[in-house]
Design a protein around this ligand. Sequence first.
Ligand code: AR6
Length: 182
Amino acid sequence: MNVPVKDRIKVIQADITKIEADAIVNAANSSLLGGGGVDGAIHRAGGPEILEECRKIAARQGGCQIGEAVITTAGKLPARYVIHTVGPIWYGGTQDEPEKLANCYRNSLKLAQENNCQTVAFSNISTGVYGYPKPEAAHIALSETVAFLQKNPLPEEVTFVCFDEENLRLYQELTQASGTPK
Ligand code: AR6
């Protein structure tokens, strides 16, 4: 069965802690030890098991670099795993931010695939306190995901879980545009 790539991408507005996917993707920081925003919400709702695993990973490899991703249990969440990726802070585009953000999506999808995840739900990495302009971030998220899905059967489905109206509108516009690759 060959489902077109555009039918393997969904856009919804929701709280990602409520999503039943094989993996949800957290917008973490390089310490992996928690923070505010979606990171805070995931650790609060998922319970201490997630932080325990993050601590072990941090002790072993010294945290997580920008653009890289690590995977843990999802604790009490309805998802199976949490993939933690570290987005770039926006410095006006002078610090290779687009390439770093693209790496977040690429490496998270690769890790999901390696862990046999059929469904993955992304938060809008870097678009909160890290200040990445939302239109550019949405474009990168979608183009990296389309490119990955075109080459790989897994994950079968990727959902972009938008929290705010602006991201929802942007993702809807970009996925409904007539030029979306099939
Ligand atoms: N479900 C889905 N999306 C959410 C939720 C939620 N429950 N809560 C917020 N968002 P941010 P960043 C959206 O700031 O910019 C943390 O302190 C939010 O609307 O969480 O990558 C980390 O520890 C926004 O669009 O992440 C880091 O230090 C998106 O999630 C730092 O923030 C990302 O916003 C990472 O900053």
